[in-house]
Design a protein around this ligand. Structure first.
Ligand SMILES: [Zn+2]
Length: 230
């Protein structure tokens, strides 16, 4: 379902050409995070979990402050989030977080919950992909047509796990995990505006998150070796 929905989303969006500096940055950061995850999973003996991932990273033109990763490694960053990330390190924080949600199966958990809530029986993957209700649930979880308030946001545990491993993956990829603090602070300040971005409705940002990130930092920093060719 990911592949179909991803292709459809890209065909309906303005995809920034790969030659563009920002699109190139999205590609570079995404691939480094993906390599870091592959390396980490191999060391833990769980590389099978992502053996079917075919990574793809695209930047699309949109005012929306958002970024997401579908299961299977299909990633989109919206140009609207770049003024908030402001630098390559913070983009690595976002992608580390979003990709962790995907590889840790958080979307699948939310999807099963929502399907159960709507009384949809899982009768094999083929049937799922052709059921419009299921496709709607999928889209509302993975981003393309996400509407604020349609579904429960990621649970606190899922957010904590995505922050925890997101920092580690960014650090292994050579990005400074400390950048997470100013980035999430900028996000938190945005939520004081009149229309909080979709990204925030799914990833509530508050002082408690920032506090937690500070606690996670010493461990993440043990993985950090800066890249020199940034
Ligand atoms: Zn999250």
């Amino acid at each position: 379902m990911s592949l179909t929905q991803y292709k459809q989303f890209l065909s309906q969006s303005k995809v920034i050409p790969k030659t563009n500096d920002n699109a190139e940055m999205v590609q570079r950061v995404g691939q480094r995070i993906a390599n870091a995850i592959t390396q980490y999973y191999k060391q833990k003996g769980i590389a099978n979990n992502i053996s079917n991932y075919k990574w793809e990273f695209n930047l699309v033109e949109s005012k929306e402050v958002n970024a997401w990763c579908m299961p299977g490694g299909k990633v989109v960053v919206y140009t609207g989030i770049l003024p908030i990330t402001q630098n390559e390190n913070a983009l690595a924080i976002v992608l580390g977080h979003e990709i962790t949600h995907a590889v840790a199966g958080h979307g699948k958990e939310r999807m099963s919950q929502e399907m159960a809530a709507q009384g949809i029986q899982a009768a094999g993957n083929v049937a799922l992909g052709s059921n419009p209700k299921t496709v709607n649930i999928f889209n509302s979880i993975y981003g393309p047509t996400a509407q604020v308030g349609v579904l429960l946001p990621n649970s606190r545990n899922q957010e904590l796990e995505a922050d925890h491993y997101g920092l580690i993956f960014a650090a292994i990829a050579g990005y400074d995990p400390k950048e997470a603090i100013p980035f999430w602070t900028r996000m938190m300040n945005l939520s004081n505006g009149q229309a909080p971005p979709v990204f925030l409705s799914d990833h509530p940002s508050d002082a408690a998150r920032i506090e937690k990130l500070k606690q996670l930092m010493p461990e993440a920093l043990t993985y950090y070796k800066p890249v020199t060719n940034q």
